[in-house]
Structure formats: structure tokens, C-alpha cells
Design a protein around this ligand. Structure first.
Ligand code: GTP
Ligand code: SPV
Ligand code: MN
Length: 617
């Protein structure tokens, strides 16, 4: 093709230089960057353009500085291992704050801080916090640039690891700066690992600070994160923006920002259905997002694995996009027999964090293969053998990889219009009580179920693993405003839908255990058997039985061909113990009682109706 005339060609950036911009929007961005630089006093500023060359340079520099280990390209081309500081391995919910003007807008489930007070704390911390380091300016879009459901932001950070991760997880580049210059609203996010370097001071592999603050200002659309390099604390586009800040924008604009995977299921007749599912952290979203159905004739296409933005359309349906561009997934438990799609996705171009290193320069984690290699270097860099008596990979070790590498990614996964939802699933890790699948009777009942999701704690956040906690809508750590108002918002969104076009709501539980502690359900690919029932319900093909907690499948309607689940286990998977459910109802009353009368009357009525059905049963 003939070369474009020089004048029309987009201006090539002198690598890392300040981009050429004009307009009111441009001034606001440049002024803001200058202000942050004046505060944090970096040695240099690099404007990130998102190019492949820039990314390679960045990765090479990190390898040279000992911050990344380059994996053997023979096994894992273009891939790297990062080892975090042992204290910086998960989200720190206790250090995460919502700094809304009014305390009641943060609600009882968030840590609240008065904006002025917390700014008073943050400013001295950020003062000179980037000394000796490069300050990167990263313009990013959540959702395809310019899409009707998309939102944009800028992250300033002194972490090259964060820059490389944002490059995978979002759309980065000049097109976003152009939108900002043109005056589109954007979210300001500032991140520092809080480890300034004195002149001549040697750097460490994973700089961070014992003191951590992840602070959200929903009224001014800002995030300030200090002291941590871990994904959920440092990739501010993800949980901080796309859930906490976006949930507030959604509340005000009439849409939903959710901790959900998004898939397209194609049934044996070739009909496509779209399902979004909210499970708490490390409870199976990535796995369901990449499902390989074990029922012949079914296909699943991946659209997203962690965050879904949902908007009512003109047609009375709910339309959904995945605002991200990559997966930041849990490594342990990901293997050929559980999630072969993820294993294939990770063939190369992946940043691994806190997994184990093999002697041949490849990676390993618990569950990747049935047998552990005889010798490894564990996630902390120490020699490891199967007799070491500790995991080789950290339980919250993760991979960061582009969505486009997923072999079953939907061809139209970045269509800016999104997909119409047919069903919404809520789930969690529940060893008892919650059946394999149950259908809500209507939208309000579905919202009631969502508001009552509980799950056993996982390693994705600090805290005691295994302990049961409430995690409404899987959003406990991610809702940027009062959770009771969020319940009301969900009810309101449902009221605006055409009654025959609202997605059907289901509760699922892959994690129910027998008295002997073993999982009753094979899970993973066999979860397609539950999806099959859900899809046949959506089409009105199968009847269901009413129970006090919702509609249950008739066992004969479950496709169990080719799997071994004993009648006894099947009965236990669907057993409803009235006394236990009455105790759950008491816990719900207690939980609702923490919201100062703000829980919608509709949900209180759902609770009363549940108790009535249980006592009558
Ligand atoms: P976040 O990225 O933290 O939001 O987590 P996620 O919900 O995407 O969790 P993920 O799919 O990575 O699953 C976490 C863990 O649950 C992994 O160790 C999986 O192997 C395990 N898991 C997922 N699906 C199933 C299932 O159907 N049955 C069982 N028993 N375990 C599962
Ligand atoms: C989660 O914890 O739910 C995650 C990982 O998806 S993080 O992005 O770190 O929050
Ligand atoms: Mn998540």
C-alpha cells in the first residue's frame, strides 16, 4: 500500500514522550499528570502508548532489573514469572476504603473514610513516593474504545509490572488519549508501590510498602492506591474502577457493574444463549467461562471471566459486555482435567505471578499435572520437593493473559454492543444446604437469592480460608456504595425490563460435600449438565418442582449420561433441610438488620415468604 502522506499519519511518539493533544480535555489531563508528578517526584515520566515495542522494552528492563524471570521460550514463549513480596499476595480488604462524601453511601459492608481526612493521610504518603522511579501514564479503555457501554480512565503508576498487566487486561493507547482530549469523562487512578529509591539505592524484585491504602472517591471518580503491587490492588482498571467506581456510575445511570463471567452457550440445535454468573473470588468463574461441555452437541464460547457490565436495552432486554481484555486467573487447580481451555490459553505471552519454577525454565502449580515434578523452585524462590510439606505455588498465584489467546473465545467477544442475557447465575462454595441448582420464581426472588449468597473464604483475599461469610452478589469486596441501595438498584433495573425478556435467575452450587467431606458433584466440564437444564428451562422445555427455596429440577430431566453420581449423592445434592434453611433465614434477618432500615421492603417480604413456605413445608 502507498505510504500515507506524512501530515496525515498519526504522530509517532518519541518513545514515552508526552503525546500531542489539544482541547479542554487535553489540558485537564496534562495538568493532572503534572500535579501527580509534582506530588510524587518521579525521576522520569513515561507516557505509555501500548505498542508491542514498548511492551517488549518494558519486559526486558524488568528482567534486567531482576523483577521478572524470563521463562524458557521453548516451552513458554514470551512469558515471565514474577515473585511478589511474601506479604503482598492478595487483595487487602481491610485496607480498602470507599471515601464517599456521606458515610451512609459507603454502607456497613465497606470501610468508609471521610474524603478530606483520607486525603490528609494519602498526600504525605504519596509525597516523593516515586522518587528515583519512572512514573508511567497509562490511558486505558474498559470495553472497546468508543463503545456505547465502554468507559475510559488513566492510571499513573510507578510499577512496570502494573503497566505490563494493564496492557494485557485493558485496551491501552493513543485512541483513549484522543477521547480524553475530545472531552469524554474519564476516571483518574493513581498507584504507587510506596518504595522511593534514594540516589544510588539498589531496587528490590518486588517493591511495596507495609502500609497499604486502596482508596476510592466515587464522587470525584478517583482511585488512589498505595503500598501494594498485587493485581487487585494495583491494576486499578479492574476491581477498583470496573467494579467499585463503575457500580456507582451504574447506580446513577441505570446499569450494573458486576463480578460475573459471561458466556455464550450453543445447544445441540445450534441456538445461542447468553449467561452471566456471579461467584465469589476463586469460586469458579474462570472455569465456567472456559467450560468444555461433556454433553455431546453443546459448545461454550468465552466472553469474559470476571467482570460484566450490564445495561437495559431499548428492546427491554439486558445487554452485557466484558469490559476487560484479558484474564487475571487463579493458577492452582487449573489443569488438563479441570480447565484444558485455560491450559491452552497459557501457551505463551503470559505473566505468571507466584507460581513455581521448573528446572527447565517452565512453570508449575498444584493441579497443573496430577504428579508434582521432583524438583522445583517454589513461589518464594526456595528449593522445593513433593516432600516439602507446603505448596510450591501460592494458593492465590495467578496468570495474566490476553483474552484473544483463549481457543474458545467468541469471535465477536469485543463487539461494543455486547450480548443479550438469557440467564443470570449466583453461586458460591457451600459444603451444605444449597442445592446443585435451583431456579428463582421471578426477578425479585432472584435478587433475594443474590443478596443472600454466602461462600467459604478463599485465598483470593486476606483472611481465614474456609470460614463461611456472606458475599451478596459476589460483590461484598467490590460494591462501591451502600449494599442495601445496591439491592434496590437491582430491583429497579428488573422493573424496567419487559417481563417476558428479563433473564431468568438461578442459584448453583458445585461445591456441596457429603458427610465424608468429598465433593458430591464432579464439577468442571460436567457443570454443562446443569447449564443444559437451565437452557431447557429458559426455553420452557422442562417442568420444575416448587420447593420452599425455589424451583428444583426433576431428576429425570438432568442429563447424567456417562457420569457416575450415585442416587444417594444425587439426593444429597438436592436435599433441603428445613431447620437449616430456617437458620439461614435467621442469618438473613440479622444481615438485613445491619443496614439501618435501608433494605428494600420487597426483599423483607421475600424473607417473610421464605419463612412461611419453610414452616408450612
Ligand atoms: P477470581 O479470579 O478470584 O474472581 O476467581 P474465579 O471465580 O474466576 O475462580 P476460578 O474459576 O479460578 O476457580 C477457583 C478454584 O475453584 C480453582 O482452584 C478451581 O479449580 C476450582 N473450581 C472451579 N470450578 C470448580 C468445580 O466445578 N468444582 C470444584 N470442585 N472446583 C472448582
Ligand atoms: C478476585 O479476587 O476476585 C480476582 C483477583 O479476580 S483480583 O483482581 O486481584 O481482585
Ligand atoms: Mn474476581
Amino acid at each position: 500500500a502507498p505510504a500515507e502522506p506524512a501530515a496525515r499519519r498519526p504522530r509517532a511518539l518519541a518513545s514515552g514522550g508526552r503525546p500531542q493533544m489539544s482541547g479542554d480535555g487535553a489540558d485537564a489531563l496534562l495538568t493532572w499528570v503534572d500535579e501527580i508528578a509534582a506530588l510524587t517526584q518521579p525521576a522520569r515520566i513515561h507516557w505509555v502508548d501500548g505498542s508491542a515495542v514498548e511492551n517488549e522494552t518494558l519486559l526486558r528492563e524488568m528482567v534486567d532489573e531482576g523483577k521478572l524471570i524470563k521463562l524458557n521460550p521453548e516451552w513458554r514463549p514470551g512469558s515471565y514469572l514474577a515473585r511478589s513480596h511474601p506479604s503482598d499476595v492478595a487483595r487487602t480488604e481491610a485496607r480498602t476504603f470507599i471515601a464517599s462524601e456521606r458515610e451512609e453511601d459507603a454502607g456497613p459492608t465497606n470501610n468508609w473514610a471521610a474524603p478530606d481526612d483520607i486525603r490528609g493521610t494519602l498526600t504525605p504518603l504519596f509525597e516523593g513516593s516515586m522518587r528515583g522511579r519512572t512514573m508511567y501514564v497509562v490511558p486505558f479503555s474498559m470495553g472497546p474504545v468508543g463503545g456505547p457501554l465502554s468507559q475510559i480512565g488513566v492510571q499513573v503508576t510507578d510499577s512496570a509490572y502494573a503497566v505490563a498487566s494493564i496492557g494485557i487486561m485493558t485496551r491501552v493507547g493513543q485512541a483513549v488519549t484522543d477521547e480524553i482530549a475530545a472531552g469524554k469523562p474519564w476516571v483518574k487512578t493513581v498507584h504507587s508501590v510506596g518504595a522511593p529509591l534514594a540516589p544510588g539505592e539498589a531496587d528490590v524484585a518486588w517493591p511495596c510498602n507495609d502500609e497499604k491504602y486502596i482508596v476510592h472517591f466515587p464522587d470525584t471518580l478517583e482511585v488512589w492506591s498505595y503500598g501494594s503491587g498485587y493485581g487487585g490492588n494495583a491494576i486499578l482498571a479492574k476491581k477498583c474502577f470496573a467494579l467499585r467506581i463503575a457500580s456507582v456510575i451504574g447506580r446513577d445511570e441505570g446499569w450494573l457493574a458486576e463480578h460475573m463471567l459471561l458466556i455464550r452457550v450453543i445447544d445441540p440445535k445450534g441456538t445461542a444463549f447468553h449467561i452471566a454468573a456471579a461467584f465469589p473470588s476463586a469460586c469458579g468463574k474462570t472455569n465456567l467461562a472456559m467450560l468444555r461441555p461433556t454433553i455431546p452437541g453443546y459448545r461454550v464460547e468465552t466472553l469474559g471471566d470476571d467482570i460484566t457490565w450490564i445495561r437495559p436495552g431499548e428492546d427491554g432486554r439486558l445487554w452485557a459486555i466484558n469490559p476487560e481484555a484479558g484474564f487475571f486467573g487463579v493458577a492452582p487447580g487449573t489443569g488438563e482435567s479441570t480447565n484444558v481451555t485455560a491450559v491452552e490459553t497459557l501457551w505463551g505471552n503470559t505473566i505468571f505471578t507466584n507460581v513455581a519454577l521448573r528446572p527447565d525454565g517452565d512453570v508449575w502449580w498444584e493441579g497443573l499435572t496430577d504428579e508434582a515434578p521432583a524438583h522445583l523452585t517454589d513461589w518464594e524462590g526456595n528449593p522445593w520437593t513433593p516432600d516439602s510439606g507446603r505448596p510450591a505455588a501460592h494458593p492465590n498465584s495467578r496468570f495474566t493473559v490476553a483474552a484473544s489467546q483463549c481457543p474458545q473465545i467468541a469471535a465477536d467477544w469485543d463487539d461494543p454492543r455486547g450480548v443479550p442475557l438469557d440467564a443470570i447465575l449466583f453461586g458460591g462454595r457451600r459444603a451444605t444446604n444449597v442445592p446443585l441448582v435451583v431456579e428463582a420464581t421471578d426477578w425479585a426472588h432472584g435478587v433475594f437469592i443474590g443478596s443472600n449468597i454466602s461462600s467459604e473464604r478463599t485465598a483470593a483475599a486476606e483472611g481465614t480460608v474456609g470460614e463461611l461469610r456472606r458475599d451478596p452478589f459476589a460483590m461484598l469486596p467490590f460494591c462501591g456504595y451502600n449494599m442495601a441501595d445496591y439491592f434496590a438498584h437491582w430491583l429497579r433495573v428488573g422493573e424496567g425490563l419487559r417481563f417476558d425478556r428479563a433473564p431468568r435467575v438461578f442459584q448453583v452450587n458445585w461445591f456441596r460435600k457429603g458427610d465424608d467431606g468429598r465433593f458430591l458433584w464432579p464439577g468442571f466440564g460436567d457443570n454443562s449438565r446443569v447449564i443444559d437444564w437451565i437452557i431447557r428451562r429458559v426455553q420452557g422445555e422442562v417442568a420444575a418442582d416448587d420447593s420452599p427455596i425455589g424451583r428444583l429440577p426433576r431428576l429425570a430431566d438432568l442429563n447424567l449420561d456417562g457420569i457416575e453420581v450415585s442416587d444417594d449423592d444425587l439426593a444429597q445434592l438436592f436435599a433441603i433441610d428445613t431447620d437449616s434453611w430456617l437458620r439461614e433465614a435467621d442469618l438473613t434477618e440479622q444481615f438485613y438488620g445491619t443496614f439501618d432500615g435501608r433494605v428494600p421492603a420487597t426483599l423483607q417480604a421475600e424473607l417473610a415468604a421464605l419463612r412461611y413456605r419453610l414452616t408450612r413445608a
